[in-house]
Design a protein around this ligand. Structure first.
Ligand SMILES: Nc1ncnc2c1ncn2[C@@H]1O[C@H](COP(=O)(O)OP(=O)(O)O)[C@@H](O)[C@H]1O
Ligand SMILES: [Mg+2]
Length: 252
């Protein structure tokens, strides 16, 4: 493997909040173009992990390299530049309720790429809306959108900056199964169209299976197991099995 093909490299990452140890020795390497699903029960530190990757939280120790930069060692200005390459799709779609779809999409663009013409801004909005299949919603308000549509617009809002990395935090949570399937397809399509490398945090087994090349199972602050969905799904490891059995029962 060419070293340049490693987009995210994490070694012995630890993070505690007070006496609560959340991440306790995370090791992972993610190659260019890979989609990795991170599975783990609620409170296991999945969101903390991607917040550290995107520089929103600082690690206590260990190294976290993203696109060749150590996120906690670089200057604020450099971090800001790096963060433009990372699309963070939040669990709540985090749209501005008082802004139309168009304004929501325009906001990150105008704030981050200041010298675009009106025409370029409009073209970028139209393109990204078409990519997520929601051209017709351009003048709607978030309150008029369905849960699935809001997720799509949330994703579009990060895609408009053409990120190299996508971090999806529970992209299908709160969605019905049919809408979830559509979001899974979108995640796969985004990789094709935008050449992204992605981490998909989920406890939706269908989502992990459909979107990821590899799954990593987070337990007690470490990756207990990494492998293809089938490898991890067919393991004899009791702790992994317990997670799967529990999520199976709840998916029914
Ligand atoms: N900023 C913070 N300050 C204190 N505790 C936090 C903070 N962020 C997360 N935690 C705690 O860390 C643990 C892991 O949180 P999180 O990563 O959000 O879990 P999840 O796997 O459900 O995404 C939880 O116990 C949470 O309460
Ligand atoms: Mg979370």
């Amino acid at each position: 493997m060419d070293i340049n093909d490693v987009i995210i490299s994490i070694k012995n990452l630890k993070k505690s909040f007070g006496t609560l140890s959340v991440l306790n020795g995370i090791d992972i390497e993610i190659e260019k173009g890979e989609n990795i699903a991170v599975l783990g029960r609620s409170g296991s530190g999945k969101s903390v992990l991607i917040k550290i990757i995107s520089g929103l939280l600082k690690p206590d120790s260990g190294t976290v390299k993203v696109l060749g930069r150590e996120v906690d060692k670089i200057s604020d200005a450099e971090l800001q530049k790096l963060r433009l390459k990372i699309g963070f799709s939040f669990q709540s779609s985090a749209l501005y309720d008082s802004m139309s779809v168009k304004q929501n999409l325009e906001f990150p663009l105008v704030r981050n790429l200041r010298n675009l013409s009106r025409k370029e801004v409009n073209a970028a909005i139209e393109e990204v809306l078409s990519d997520v299949g929601l051209s017709q919603t351009i003048n709607q308000m978030p309150s008029e959108l369905s849960g699935g549509q809001k997720k799509r617009i949330g994703i579009a809002r990060t895609l408009i900056l053409k990120p190299e990395i996508m971090l999806y935090d529970e992209p299908t949570s709160g969605l019905d199964p049919i809408t979830s399937i559509e979001i899974n397809k979108l995640i796969v399509q985004v990789r094709e169209q935008y050449n992204t490398t992605a981490i998909i945090i989920t406890h939706d087994l269908v989502c992990a299976k459909e979107t990821a090349d590899r799954v990593a199972m987070l337990l007690d602050g470490k990756f207990l197991m990494q492998g293809s969905f089938e490898e991890v799904f067919n393991t004899d490891n009791e702790n992994v099995r317990t997670f799967y059995d529990y999520n199976f029962i709840n998916a029914k």
